[in-house]
Design a protein around this ligand. Structure first.
Ligand code: CTP
Ligand code: MG
Length: 233
């Protein structure tokens, strides 16, 4: 029995602006994806990392990882991704060997997640939760709107909301069933836990971490560089 991490890294990073695919962009001189792989391998629980690369960038990602001296004793594999995040995760799952019973799914775009969060997610799954997501309370009040008119239709109680992060952790069978039965991105599930919810399986939230934020827009890169600089000081 073992724990594997799947890292979807096949997105283009459209919201970050033109340039290299997001996961391959540099953060403190090191590609974002390398940070993300290291963040997973820092956890003693994780023995295998499957990186899901842009379909036209598998060789480039392989060379990039080889060039950055990844940790000894960890199995790192690369597979080609798909058109959507969901498809990329599915392709990553298909590459897992049989003995894997716990799967983490971690965005390459969350390069700075502390190992404590990775360990806490694995521990919660090992303790019996079928699906676990790290999450944080929201700073902003959230409004629901009618997208046609921009009229506010509701204000969910903020204290009951959590902004969820990755790695999300799952019993392998639970995640595999979700990916085999829940329809694609267009139907609304924007994360793996959302797919699992649709299969009727309970998802539990554990405390997330501010530094596990997702690099999505240009300002996030500024923040990520600042966090790294502070760590290195
Ligand atoms: N991802 C993926 N395959 C896709 C789309 C996304 O593996 N077809 C990955 C991204 O590489 C990223 C993670 O899913 O690590 C989270 O997605 P997001 O932050 O939305 O990244 P992008 O899709 O690359 O960014 P954008 O939506 O701005 O284009
Ligand atoms: Mg995206």
């Amino acid at each position: 029995m073992s724990t594997a991490a799947v890292i979807p890294a096949a997105g283009r990073g459209v919201r970050l602006g033109p340039g290299t695919p997001k996961a391959l962009r540099s953060l403190g001189g090191i590609p974002m994806l390398v940070h993300a792989v290291r963040a997973m391998t820092r956890s003693r629980a994780v023995s295998l990392v499957v990186v899901v690369a842009p379909s036209d960038g598998v060789a480039e990602v392989q060379a990039m990882l080889d060039g950055h001296g990844l940790p000894e004793g960890k199995d790192i594999r690369i597979v080609a991704g798909g058109e959507t995040r969901q498809e990329s995760v599915r392709l990553g799952l298909a590459a897992l060997p049989e003995d894997v019973d716990i799967v983490l799914v971690h965005d390459a775009a969350r390069p700075l997640v502390p190992v404590e969060i990775v360990d806490a997610v694995v521990a919660a799954v090992r303790d019996g939760a079928p699906a676990v997501v790290p999450g944080l309370p929201l700073a902003d009040t959230v409004k629901q709107i009618d997208p046609g008119t921009n009229v506010v239709t509701g204000t969910p109680e903020r204290a009951l909301l959590r902004a969820v992060q990755t790695p999300q952790g799952f019993r392998r069978d639970v995640l595999a069933t979700a990916h085999a039965t829940v329809p694609g991105d267009g139907e609304g599930a924007t994360d793996d836990a959302g797919m699992v919810e649709r299969t009727g399986v309970q998802v539990v939230v554990v405390p997330g971490h501010e530094e596990a934020f997702k690099v999505t827009r240009p300002l996030d890169l500024v923040l990520a560089e600042a966090v790294l600089a502070r760590r290195r000081a």
